[in-house]
Design a protein around this ligand. Structure first.
Ligand code: DX5
Ligand code: ZN
Length: 217
């Protein structure tokens, strides 16, 4: 089963609550929130206040993607705001195991994110601390970028690592996921698809999510 996580980066922020409710009604499984600090990535987006607003608008799990340096400094604030999962970029935190452990201590699902150039080997010794791996299929920072096919072999390698771990870890992909790329990432082993442009920028979100599911099948 493949889950779809629309990213509010592509929502109309002037009507955020309506867009989130619209995505839920359209069949979204999770809501993805892209937090950017202007340092780890060039762009600046959302803080805990926006997660709190999303929390009020939906009962779906809120999947927070922290594209920030030293994410360990902000975990408690996002947990308190209502996140269900917190994912940190492995490039941005010096003591990854400690950070993942801290997320679980807050009662949240712990995720590790790999930039397109970051090898899956970074995960080998923290598998026991993970609930989710997110493989970036674009360089993080902006919505609507083109999918990088060179990430497909890495998705396969992460799938192998997860299967060997014999433990329940979600494998998510993020960036350029649309009906024309969904099949390849699912075939490689992804089971959660983040989708910004291909859901929120479409006039009919239900049709957009159906198209993603059909392509993934
Ligand atoms: C990229 C973000 C993504 C982004 C995906 O930095 O992490 O979640 O919103 O956008 P699309 O689906 O438009 O590539
Ligand atoms: Zn993201």
């Amino acid at each position: 089963m493949v889950r779809i996580a629309p990213s509010i980066l592509s929502a109309d922020l002037g009507r955020l609550a309506e867009d989130v409710r619209d995505a839920e009604a359209a069949g979204a499984d999770w809501i993805h929130v892209d937090v950017m600090d202007g340092r780890f990535v060039p762009n600046i987006t959302f803080g805990p206040a926006i997660v709190r607003a999303v929390r009020k608008a939906t009962t779906l799990p809120i999947d927070v993607h922290l594209m920030v340096v030293e994410p360990e400094r902000h975990l408690a604030a996002f947990a308190e705001a209502g996140a269900d999962g917190l994912s940190v970029q492995v490039e941005a935190t010096t003591h990854l195991q400690r950070t993942l452990h801290a997320i679980r201590e807050l009662g949240k699902r712990a995720g590790a994110v790999l930039n397109p150039h970051t090898p899956e080997e970074n995960l080998r010794y923290v598998l026991a601390d993970l609930d989710l791996v997110l493989v970036m299929t674009v360089n993080p920072g902006f919505g609507g970028q083109a999918f990088l096919p060179a990430t497909l072999p890495k998705i396969r390698r992460v799938r192998e690592l997860i299967d060997q771990a014999k433990q329940s870890i979600d494998l998510e992909v993020d960036g350029g996921i649309a009906p024309d790329t969904a099949h390849a990432v699912v075939e490689a082993g992804a089971r959660v698809l983040v989708a910004g442009h291909s859901v929120f920028d479409q006039p009919d979100r239900a049709a957009a999510i159906r198209a993603l599911r059909a392509a993934a099948a």
